[in-house]
Every structure is written in structure tokens, then in C-alpha cells.
Design a protein around this ligand. Structure first.
Ligand SMILES: CC(C)(COP(=O)(O)OP(=O)(O)OC[C@H]1O[C@@H](n2cnc3c(N)ncnc32)[C@H](O)[C@@H]1OP(=O)(O)O)[C@@H](O)C(=O)NCCC(=O)NCCS
Length: 286
């Protein structure tokens, strides 16, 4: 085990292990790691390697919370990963998020005294097949759909992300770092500009060429411009560009529930259907 997990190694493991029973798509990790910017310095991470390959990684972005991936051919490492997490979270209530389908991982957690958190927010994985590119979705008059051209669009993209997600992050420099990722494709980064020049909505896609699966991460519309079909237009444009780059399927994750029906409804409106969900297992502090 080494303290510190390298994002590129985690993405490589996610790519090698990708299946519809896998929680992580490499592009989603690319986004989550790079978009965190300097915030990554506050994470606790670790990786387990052999023969120059990463076999498992773990990250605790908040004390007591764990995300992880263990190579399915090396399941025996799971207790060591959990030991590392629990040792570093002494005194905290513990919460580990896994995909419902990761039954082995769930069994290990149950055997260590974790139990399903029935109050955890529901988080769905949705997918759709991609065939021929869909026709572009109509936009309201005066709105323009654009591809990111280069670093000069980083300001527009960060401003839009901050407005859509009501967050002070990411900084423009952080978005530039996202754009510098080897898997980032400007053609898969689409945004809509309102008639007054305000960036109003955007969708970013990450294509894993090994599987042909595109992950959408993130998608957002500035609250002032919602329910005008802007997210739909961005997502369909990204899906169309992905088909041209060889994608056969697309996958996206979304919160689910009456409190915020918009994400799931938006993805279902463009053909995605749920196929899996995250579950959270918790154990009170000891
Ligand atoms: C989810 C989100 C991107 C939707 O953006 P949007 O531009 O308002 O979505 P659209 O106008 O393109 O909606 C397309 C369709 O999705 C469905 N939909 C979108 N929002 C909905 C809502 N609040 N309730 C019900 N259906 C909704 C509708 O079917 C809609 O078509 P219609 O308006 O013709 O009925 C936006 O609400 C948002 O940015 N939320 C915060 C960030 C977020 O959660 N992002 C997704 C997770 S990464």
C-alpha cells in the first residue's frame, strides 16, 4: 500500500475493469479528480499496486467517507483497503458508497458491521445505446449551441458550472486543468449561450475508447435558464459527437427523488434508462 492515489492510475483501473457492474467510468474519475483542483490536497488517498499496475485505490474526501475500487481479480485486497480507511477515520461515523451490484464488496462490509443506510439519497446510473446521431434539438430563438474551442472558453465554462451547481468551484485554472486531461475532447464539451451572451447550459462527455462508452459528467443549466430545452440540446449534441468518435453507449449518474426530479427526468427525456444504483453502507463510530 502507498499513501496517495494517482488519478491516472485510478482511471486506468476503472478502464480495465469497466462493465455495467462497475461503479466507476474512467472519464467520471477524470472529472471528479481534476475538477476538485487544489481541494484534492485535503483528501486522504491510497493505492495498492503490484507489477507496476494499480490493483486498488481508495479516497476519503471527507473524514469517515470512502470511495474505492478493487480489481475484481484481486478481491482479497478489500479488507486491507477497509483497514486503511477505518484506521484513518477513528472516532468518525463511517460511510462507504458502492454500486448495488458490487455484491462481494457489500458482503465484506456487512461482515465488518456496516449496514445499509436507508436514508441515503438515491443515486442512479442510467444508460442508453447510441446509434446514428440524433437530429439536433431545437433551441429557443437567439440561443446558440457551441463547442468549446480552446482555453479561452474556460471562463465561460467555469462560470456556468458555478451557477448551475451553486458552488464556488471550480476556478478557471482548474477547468483549464480539466481541458488538459489526455481524454478531454473539445468536441464533447458543448454549451449554450443565451441571447445576452451569458453561458446558460453545458454538457461534458468523456469517451472511453476501450469500451466505446461515453460518460456524461457534468451537465448543468444556470437556474435562470432552466426548462427551455438547453440541457437536452447540449446532451444530444455531445451524444452525436460521441457517435462520430466511435461511442456505442452512453452512461450518466443522477440523483433521484421527489426533492430534485430534474436530473433523472432530463436524462430520461433523451433516452437514458436506469440500470443500477449506488448504496451507502454505514457504521457508527466505535
Ligand atoms: C438537470 C438540469 C441540467 C436540467 O436542465 P434544463 O436545461 O432545465 O433541462 P431541459 O430544459 O433541457 O429539460 C429537458 C426535459 O427534461 C425534463 N425535465 C427537466 N427538468 C425537469 C424538472 N424540474 N421536472 C420535471 N422534468 C424535468 C423534462 O422532460 C424536460 O422537457 P420539457 O421541459 O419539454 O418537459 C438542471 O436542472 C440543472 O442544472 N440542475 C442542477 C445540476 C444538476 O443536477 N445536474 C445534473 C447532474 S450532473
Amino acid at each position: 500500500m502507498v499513501e496517495g492515489a494517482d488519478a491516472a492510475a485510478a482511471e486506468d483501473l476503472a478502464g480495465r475493469l469497466w462493465s455495467w457492474s462497475s461503479r466507476w467510468h474512467p472519464g467520471e474519475l477524470a472529472w471528479l479528480w481534476r475538477a476538485a483542483g487544489p481541494g484534492v490536497a485535503s483528501w486522504r488517498t491510497a493505492s495498492w499496486r503490484a507489477g507496476g499496475r494499480t490493483l486498488a485505490w481508495a479516497r476519503s474526501t471527507v473524514p469517515g467517507r470512502l470511495d474505492l475500487q478493487v480489481d475484481t481479480a484481486h478481491d482479497g485486497l478489500t479488507p486491507a483497503v477497509l483497514d486503511w480507511f477505518e484506521d484513518g477515520a477513528a472516532g468518525h461515523d463511517l460511510a462507504v458508497t458502492v454500486l448495488e451490484r458490487e455484491s462481494l464488496l457489500r458482503e465484506v462490509l456487512l461482515s465488518r458491521g456496516y449496514s445499509p443506510d436507508v436514508d441515503a439519497p438515491s443515486f442512479l446510473h442510467l444508460r442508453r445505446r447510441l446509434a446514428a446521431a440524433s437530429p439536433p434539438a431545437p433551441l429557443p430563438p437567439g440561443y446558440v449551441l457551441r463547442s468549446v474551442v480552446g482555453a479561452q472558453d474556460a471562463d465561460a465554462r467555469t462560470g456556468l458550472h458555478r451557477a448551475a451547481f451553486a458552488t464556488p468551484e471550480p476556478a478557471t485554472a482548474t477547468y483549464r486543468a480539466v481541458m488538459a486531461h489526455p481524454s478531454y475532447r473539445p468536441a464533447l464539451d458543448r454549451f449554450v449561450v443565451a441571447p445576452d451572451g451569458t453561458p446558460a447550459a453545458a454538457a461534458l462527455g468523456w469517451l472511453d475508447p476501450r469500451s466505446g462508452v461515453l460518460a456524461l459528467e457534468p451537465v448543468g443549466t444556470d437556474p435562470r435558464f432552466r426548462r427551455r430545452g438547453l440541457a437536452r440540446a447540449c446532451v444530444l449534441a455531445v451524444l452525436g459527437a460521441a457517435v462520430e468518435l466511435g461511442a456505442t453507449h452512453a452512461r450518466v449518474c443522477a440523483r433521484d427523488g421527489a426533492a430534485d426530479p430534474a436530473p433523472r427526468a432530463t436524462y430520461e427525456a433523451v433516452g437514458f434508462r436506469p440500470y443500477a444504483r449506488n448504496v451507502r453502507l454505514v457504521r457508527p463510530a466505535r
